[in-house]
Design a protein around this ligand. Structure first.
Ligand SMILES: O=C[C@H](O)COP(=O)(O)O
Length: 249
């Protein structure tokens, strides 16, 4: 039995006061929700403030990225240990925006993932094809490469969540159909099984991301291999994110 995860990726939005307003609006909507792991991922600068507001609530805190070293002369970076110190339990790794704009590769994703779980964080590892890759018929090759290389050498999958985010569905309003998403999730689970074994394939939560909204979350969540959602735009408002978290009610 895989506990569903609904994670909100705030991306580059919300100052500290705006973040506090959003969290204060969200908590009453989700404080009694059970059976769903709730995660929010604000920008680094507001983690500490949000951590104080979410303490004692079911809302867990994630960062949007991390470096793989614990400390050192790495200007501008932030380590998994420091994220733990700031109150994080999760970290998003390899989001397509980081791959596209900041040169993230399967190798850096792998290093970051290993460092994150070694520090006691749960890593939300993102994979997904571009529209061109889908149209060129190489979607499965891309997903297989991202999953096998990104997760290569892991001794445990306990602290791994995979997020499937077709790049063409992110921030575009074009959600993958329930069937398209299910097909990709099933394929990812099969790749995990073939590469890492049946136990990680069965236990690993695979989230769908890409224009998830209160209106489409239910259909996605009824698919057998979809275990939750990584939500961008709709996580920036308490009512829409609250409604997504409460998809089962
Ligand atoms: O991390 C979240 C995804 O990139 C989805 O963003 P979106 O819900 O705005 O399409």
């Amino acid at each position: 039995m895989r506990t569903p995860v609904i994670a909100g990726n705030w991306k580059l939005f919300k100052t500290a006061d705006e973040a506090a307003t959003l969290v204060s609006g969200l908590i009453p909507l989700v404080k009694d929700t059970t059976g769903v792991e709730i995660v929010i991922a604000p920008v680094f600068t507001v983690l500490d403030r949000v951590s104080k507001l979410t303490a004692g609530t079911p809302v867990k805190l994630s960062a949007q990225d991390c470096f793989w070293e614990e400390e050192g002369a790495f200007t501008g970076e932030i380590s998994p240990k420091m994220l733990r110190d700031a109150g994080c339990s999760h970290v998003i790794i390899g989001h397509s925006e980081r791959r596209q704009y900041f040169g993230e590769t399967d190798e850096t994703v792998n290093k970051k993932t290993k460092a994150a779980i070694a520090a006691g964080l749960t890593a939300i590892v993102c994979v997904g094809e571009t529209l061109k890759e889908r149209e060129d018929g190489i979607m499965n090759d891309v997903l297989k490469r991202q999953v096998t290389k990104g997760l290569e050498g892991l001794s445990s999958f306990q602290a791994i969540i995979v997020a499937y985010e077709p790049v063409w569905a992110i921030g575009t309003g074009k959600t993958a159909s329930d069937e398209q998403a299910q097909d990709a999730h099933k394929y990812i689970r099969q790749v995990i099984k073939e590469t890492f074994g049946s136990a990680p394939a069965e236990s690993t939560r695979i989230l769908y991301g890409g224009s998830v909204k209160p209106e489409n979350v239910k259909g996605l969540m009824t698919q057998p291999d979809i275990d939750g959602a990584l939500v961008g735009g709709a996580s920036l408002k308490a009512d829409s994110f609250g409604a997504i978290v409460n998809f089962g009610k």
